[in-house]
Design a protein around this ligand. Structure first.
Ligand SMILES: [Zn+2]
Length: 315
């Protein structure tokens, strides 16, 4: 049976109907995240009802923060959708669609999607890193999603400290990977570069990694420094993740991966040089599902939880 899927991003809320590993219908709306999530719920419900079949098995939601999967509550204010912690999304889902909600952290959802249907398929031990506005991570260990006691294991890779004298991260810590190399931190990092005033990057709108890689290719020294330092950060992060979680494959995804092998090859070299792998060599690959990973994961999440509830009822 079909599953409703919601991927609540910072700029777009992507919606879909997933059945048998395929997105059979899709839609999206503006996120308007500065207004909060509450005002968007009627818009989400209306847009989903336009594409929903008459019967659905459940609703899965990928959310950009820490969540309590048992209560369906958002447990930390991540700066996006500031009202989300106060919302009872479970009740909203039951009321609107008559099915339970399965909510999960968005990077973990992307990891599940790649694990079941994409670049991590066939592996039991997978680490995923999404490089975009921020940095998200997710971990599968021994065929199980790593969640930890409070739901934060494996998904805070963006806040692994890579520079003890680094930049202040919006999370409050210093030198997090996300503060040292992400699209959100790029304007700050660029403005500190001694060559920024003379760099074509200064006129870039938006100032993003596609501009950095493009101007670096043309020989702009400021862009080259930003590119190389960012790759160092992502490579170091990859080393820490391999040492922490012992995966067979590390999947890199997110908007910055549009740079392809020019980005991935040096990250792979760094991981192969520095990570502990006496057993062989971890695969370092690009995501294959892109933005669809989290939507596809909604089906697996809903079905695996329904199966578990079924077992608990009859055992
Ligand atoms: Zn941080």
């Amino acid at each position: 049976m079909a599953v409703l899927a919601v991927d609540a991003g910072g700029t777009r809320i992507k919606l879909g109907v997933v059945e048998a590993g395929r997105i059979v219908a899709r839609s999206s709306i503006d996120a308007r995240s500065d207004e909060g999530l509450g005002p968007q719920l009627p818009r989400i419900a209306a847009a989903l009802k336009q594409i929903a079949p008459s019967e659905v098995e459940g609703l899965g939601m990928a959310f950009p923060s820490l969540v309590d999967t048992s209560t369906g509550r958002v447990t930390r204010d991540s700066g996006k959708y500031r009202d989300a912690m106060g919302l009872d999304l479970n009740s909203w889902t039951e009321r609107e669609f008559g099915v339970p909600l399965q909510i999960e952290n968005d990077a973990r959802m992307a990891t599940i999607g790649e694990w079941r249907h994409g670049a991590g398929r066939g592996f039991d031990d997978v680490v995923m890193v999404t490089l975009g506005t921020g940095i998200g991570t997710g971990v599968i260990v021994g065929g199980q999603i790593l969640r930890g006691k409070h739901g934060q294991a494996g998904c805070l890779g963006g806040h692994i400290v890579v520079s003890i004298n680094g930049h202040r991260c919006p999370c409050g810590a210093v030198g997090c990977a996300e503060a040292e190399a992400s699209t959100a931190s790029l304007p700050t990092l660029a403005a500190e570069d001694p060559g920024f005033a003379d760099s074509p990057l200064r006129m870039s709108d938006p100032l993003d990694y596609s501009a950095v890689f493009g101007f670096a290719e043309q020989g702009d020294p400021c862009s080259i420094r930003l590119r190389d330092r960012s790759i160092d950060v992502w490579g170091s992060l990859g080393v820490s993740l391999v040492n922490s979680y012992d995966p067979e494959v590390v999947v890199f995804g997110g908007g910055i991966l549009a740079q392809g092998e020019a980005l991935l090859a040096p990250i792979r070299r760094r991981i192969e040089r520095d990570a502990w792998m006496p057993w062989g060599k971890v695969q370092v690959v690009t995501s294959v599902l892109g933005n669809d990973a989290a939507l596809l994961a909604c089906e697996w999440l809903v079905q695996s939880r329904n199966e578990r509830n079924h077992e608990n009822t009859f055992n």
